[in-house]
Design a protein. Sequence first.
Length: 452
Amino acid sequence: MKRYGIVLGAGMGTRMKSEVPKVLHEVMGRAMIEHAVDALDAVGVEKTVVVTGHKAELVELCLGTRVMYARQMEQLGTAHAVKMAEYLLMDLEGTTVITYGDVPLLTSDTLEKLFIHHEKTGAGLTMLTAKTDDPTGYGRIIRNDFGKIIRIVEQKDASLDQLLIKEINSGVACYNNKMLFKALQKVKPNNQQQEYYLTDVVEIMASMGQKIEGLICDDFEETLGVNDRIQLADANRFMRTRINQKHMENGATLVDSATTYIEADVTIGTDVVIEPNVYLKGNTTIEKGTTIGSGSHLLNATIGVGTYVQASYIANSKIGAHAMIGPFAHIREGAVIGDKTRVGNFVEIKKSTLEDGVKSGHLAYIGDAEIGARTNVSCGVITANYDGKNKFKTIVGADVMIGSNVNLVAPVEVGDGAYIAAGSTVTKNVPTDALAIARSKQENKPGYAKKL
């Protein structure tokens, strides 16, 4: 049976108090609505329709062409939102699941169970429910004496007895696709909010002779919606725990998982050790046997086998195998660092390539440069790459010794095996195996300091 999905993401999210649409707020590095779409992709949904409304263009820019869109121009309730997808799905045979862009913790495993239960029972509607000791804010599941679901009552419309019910409506459900859109035609705004409730479809479909089923979610946390910053923090905490557990199960050591932050798209190999207070973001990849030391922050970084990163910031860059990075190194925007390199404390590298075996131990700036294999970059070296208008390149060959406090004024090239004396300001190319000295002759004036 073919599967389809509708993700509701049109709401303003006023309680977030934000210019950013609610569904674009991030949970561990991905917008909430991306998590919702990812889960649908993982269960083989053939067509996904995202219903947008508030700042629709931003939501659509985030998701791109991976889904179809239907816009809800007026916020008239959840049933009205689903009807916006009618022209895209109404004539299709199959099962449609409805999820929400602000429910980021729902897993593909749970969605697969929901689809299977719905398909096996031949139901017209299968609801995902959950049980919680504090059901405040949720619609309550009303069952008859035989345990069958007969309707849902929203909290604002519930009686005192109904408010005591612990089983709640997650809002997620599978529907016979054609019956869903037929039932939506009969929904009326007969409630305090004067809105078209999707929950009314339960009674309507039952009256149409459709079988109503329910599947209780194993983990209540999966059904949590995010409506404010406090709930967003909770969702991040739950997702962080889930991600960290996955990496530990796959062979990584997290010394203190409570202070380790790993976003959803990070890849980690086996026998990686991650020390406390580490943040791994974006499309970061850490290969096996690597140690990421305390205080490190990595964004879209690739770290090679057996490398040690200590208390450093690495962004949009690639580090080779068996390198030593930090402490307090800053590697950014397009840096490529080779195998067995050493980048020490307070070294900043930007848009540069360091070949295998390069050493830059401390207090250097390397920007827009190519540094050849086994070259030594001493303390205080600067590639002066910017003249106030344009950036220029520095090219240094292999096996070069660059002394302390050297300025390489780009554009400039240094040949293989050259030696640049400490304190030099190099403005001309240095030939292979040459010694370059570019500093003024020292002159001592006896007794002159007293006059000053």
